[in-house]
Design a protein around this ligand. Structure first.
Ligand SMILES: Nc1ncnc2c1ncn2[C@@H]1O[C@H](COP(=O)(O)OP(=O)(O)O)[C@@H](O)[C@H]1O
Ligand SMILES: [Mg+2]
Length: 395
């Protein structure tokens, strides 16, 4: 590592039902960033999509205020997609006498969960800006964010997923009866209802009959325009595998989150134990108390699945496992997992500061690799069109 500090923009919040979780994860990430290595630039996207920056964003208490606009020392800022800018413009619109400043960012660290952040949208902006960024790219972010597309893709690669029925909100509103009938014949009860692109168990519910199914789909349809119903694997345990890397993925010890309710709810994930800022989170067994054989197969499947989506950076790959049958079913991949799975890397002997170092290093490495691609393809076409005229051109 060079002596000069790297300027790292940490983006969090955003228009997502997982906004609050993102704020907490981002505070953990910023705390883990060594002050002798990084200059941290916090960039907060409010619930309604405004971009702000300022030192107060590094304090969790800031977010208890009702009106963030009135907070001292916070300015509007945007990441420019223009490559020479390579950073944020603060404030993006300055008045007649105002001045704006361009702040270069060496790396951007998206710490966003779910919509407008973990789904390829921010990643798209950063690709345009040509700024190195932590974590998965546009493709991996987008396909892992949609539980329906993701399952179809995994099936294509021969990775087992749970039986499901996927549909859009429009299809549900047009003919709910047809979807209820499909669930009865193709899946049977109980089933899990899920919004396709959310996380943190928001909108997830277990339905035991057609009436519950209708109620829960109506609820889920408020949160997403893409939906799915899955067969409930009532006899499965959950096993998660954290990965890190761009090409060869390193795996942390597996965890088994333990739920006391019917499934792992939002409250269980984040609000167990003595509340407050520390996301104590769900009860978990690390390493998961399963056989070496299962551990190896799950780890291998996690790596295969992440590779199949062109994954890089980090992931937490979540499975449903029927231990007695030795059956492993892939549930989902989170490309920006809660707390960035710090607690799992800790078990691998990697403190959070080292995880952050490694993720930033991987971001720079991935960016350098992408630089090998040629985007500039000059031809004689313009000169040809200029002399011959546009009319004669075939497309
Ligand atoms: N098909 C299923 N069978 C049994 N339990 C499930 C199933 N799908 C989800 N669950 C339970 O619901 C939780 C949330 O579902 P998940 O698909 O992981 O959504 P999210 O993206 O919100 O985390 C899981 O952690 C698990 O406890
Ligand atoms: Mg999950």
């Amino acid at each position: 590592m060079s002596a000069a500090k790297q300027t790292v923009g940490v983006i969090f919040g955003s228009r997502s039902v997982e906004h609050d979780v993102s704020i907490v994860t981002a505070q953990q990430v910023m705390q883990a960033m060594r002050t002798d290595r990084y200059e941290v630039v916090p960039i907060y996207i409010s619930r309604d999509g405004r971009w702000l920056t300022g030192p107060t964003l590094r304090d969790l208490r800031t977010f208890q205020a009702d009106n963030l606009d009135e907070m001292m020392g916070m300015k509007e800022a945007i990441i420019s997609p223009s490559t020479p800018h390579h950073g944020i413009i603060v404030p993006p619109l300055s008045g007649r006498f105002g001045r704006n400043e361009l702040k270069r960012l060496d790396v951007v660290f998206p710490v966003l969960h779910g919509s407008h952040g973990e789904d390829g949208t921010i990643q798209g902006l950063l690709e345009l800006a040509d700024v190195p960024y932590v974590g998965a790219g546009v493709l991996a972010s987008a396909v892992t964010r949609d539980k329906v597309i993701f399952k179809a893709l995994m099936s294509h690669y021969g990775i087992p997923v749970v039986d499901h029925v996927g549909f859009t909100r429009q299809e549900w509103l047009r003919d709910a009866g047809a979807i209820v009938a499909r669930v009865a014949t193709e899946l049977g009860y109980p089933v899990f209802v899920k919004p396709a692109t959310l996380g943190s168990s928001i909108g997830v519910a277990k339905a035991d009959d057609a009436e519950e199914l209708r109620t829960y789909i109506d609820v889920a349809a408020n949160f997403d325009r893409r939906l799915l119903v899955e067969k409930a694997l009532t006899d499965a345990i959950e096993i998660n595998c954290a990965l890190m890397g761009n090409d060869a993925y390193k795996a942390a010890p597996l965890e088994q989150p333990v739920t006391w309710q019917e499934f792992l709810t939002y409250e269980e994930k984040y609000m167990r134990g003595e509340g407050g800022a520390g996301m104590k989170g769900a009860e978990r067994k690390i390493p998961a108390p399963i056989s070496d054989d299962l551990t190896q197969r799950i780890t291998q499947m996690a790596q295969d699945a992440f590779r199949a989506v062109d994954g890089r950076g980090m992931a937490r790959v979540d499975f449903l496992v029927r231990e007695a049958q030795g059956e492993i079913i892939l549930n989902e991949i989170n490309t920006i997992p809660g707390s960035l799975a710090f607690y799992l890397w800790q078990e691998a002997g990697m403190p959070a500061s080292q995880v952050v170092d490694e993720l930033i290093r991987l971001a720079v490495e991935a960016h350098a690799e992408k630089r090998k691609t040629t985007y500039n393809y000059k031809t004689g076409l313009i000169a040809h069109a200029a002399t011959r005229g546009l009319k004669g051109m075939k497309k």
